[in-house]
Design a protein around this ligand. Structure first.
Ligand SMILES: NC(=O)c1ccc[n+]([C@@H]2O[C@H](COP(=O)([O-])OP(=O)(O)OC[C@H]3O[C@@H](n4cnc5c(N)ncnc54)[C@H](O)[C@@H]3O)[C@@H](O)[C@H]2O)c1
Length: 313
């Protein structure tokens, strides 16, 4: 199949593009190489994709003419491009324009393929709100600009299925980690602090936060499991993540065990909008997609540590 992956130079998009390529699909990536975090990391991901024959078309979904930029023969779009996470340095406009305007413009492009194209939206557990332990039927209560704009984007996508303009599905991912994890996220930052003797900034109270920390390849397994199930997935939302919960403190302890090193902690004020608990309820994904994530936190963190050492030390 001919597939477009948006946000392909990013963390999860790059892994998904590689997997789709391994599965024998013709994959084209796109990304605007936003400066939300160090662009050299995105260039590294792009290089890895290029070496496998996947090109990444530089495009800003908010402003560029997508018909001019993108292939004309597409069967699938996997939409990862977004302004992710909760950051004090990001503006409301960053979330609004990238997550809502960018998604709407991509949908307008996708609609020109009529119902022949399947659109997979990548959403987030942040849509549920401060606690994310629920099935997909739970009314959303997002508590951050990120969560609110990702909810709006998800609804724009699903509205296309309701209106029979496109076939779509939305996958809500839970706390993804692993090789290429964004530098603003927990584990890449922990490894960086430990190996470079820096103090790790820990938001007050966050050591008790519970998370469904999910290994990136387990997430990719769930994302690609929609193939062949388009009819049952159309217009549906699925949670993807592990059912196993760990506190941030437990995550730090596993990292210390792997690195054989005590990590210095620097206490920071609590972060507004931070979720207190995420536990992926994957009953629906298990039943319909056959989803069954297996990687333990320790196995995944060993792989992430190897990636960091091979690339940055
Ligand atoms: N990382 C997680 O734990 C997690 C959890 C839940 C959901 N998600 C979702 O997964 C997706 C990917 O997240 P990630 O962690 O890989 O982030 P990432 O920042 O590494 O990847 C997103 C990519 O999108 C690109 N992008 C942003 N705005 C764009 C625009 N206007 N036009 C074109 N490209 C643009 C960025 O340059 C970046 O490379 C996002 O939609 C995010 O909301 C991530």
């Amino acid at each position: 199949m001919n597939i477009l992956v948006t946000g392909a130079a990013g963390f999860i998009g790059s892994h998904t593009a590689e997997r789709l390529n391994e599965m024998g699909h013709k994959v084209v990536g796109t990304d605007n190489f936003s400066s939300y975090y160090n662009i050299s990391l995105k260039r590294k991901n792009e290089k890895a994709l290029n070496e496998k024959g996947i090109i990444v078309i530089p495009t800003d979904l908010r402003t560029d003419n997508l018909h001019e930029k993108f292939p004309k023969d597409l069967d699938y779009i996997f939409h990862f491009a977004a302004h992710p996470g909760i950051s004090n340095t990001s503006t409301f406009e960053d979330y609004l324009s990238n997550n809502i305007v960018g998604t709407q413009r991509l949908l307008e492009f996708a609609e020109s393929f009529k119902n022949k194209l399947f659109f997979v939206n990548i959403a987030t557990s942040s849509i549920y709100g401060l606690e994310a332990t629920f099935p997909e039927s739970e009314p959303p209560k997002p508590a951050s600009w990120y969560g609110v704009t990702k909810l709006a984007a998800e609804q724009l996508v699903l509205a296309k299925s309701r209106d029979k303009k496109l076939q779509t599905t939305s996958l809500r991912l839970f706390s993804v980690y692993g090789p290429r994890e964004r530098p603003d996220k927990l584990y890449t930052r922990l490894i960086d602090c430990a190996l470079n003797n820096k103090a790790f900034p820990l938001f007050e109270g966050s050591e008790k936060h519970l998370r469904s920390f999910t290994y990136v390849q387990d997430i990719v397994d769930g994302i690609v499991s929609v193939f062949g199930k388009e009819e049952v997935c159309n217009g549906e939302i699925f949670n993807l993540g592990t059912e196993t919960e760990n506190t941030t403190a437990q995550g730090i302890a596993i990292m210390e065990e792997i690195l054989q090193k005590k990590i210095k902690i620097q206490a920071m004020p609590p972060r507004a909008g931070d979720q207190s608990r995420t536990k992926a309820n994957i009953d629906k994904a298990r039943k319909i997609l056959g989803y069954n994530p297996q990687t333990t936190l320790k196995q995944g963190l060993l792989a992430q540590t190897d990636w960091f050492k091979n690339n940055f030390i």
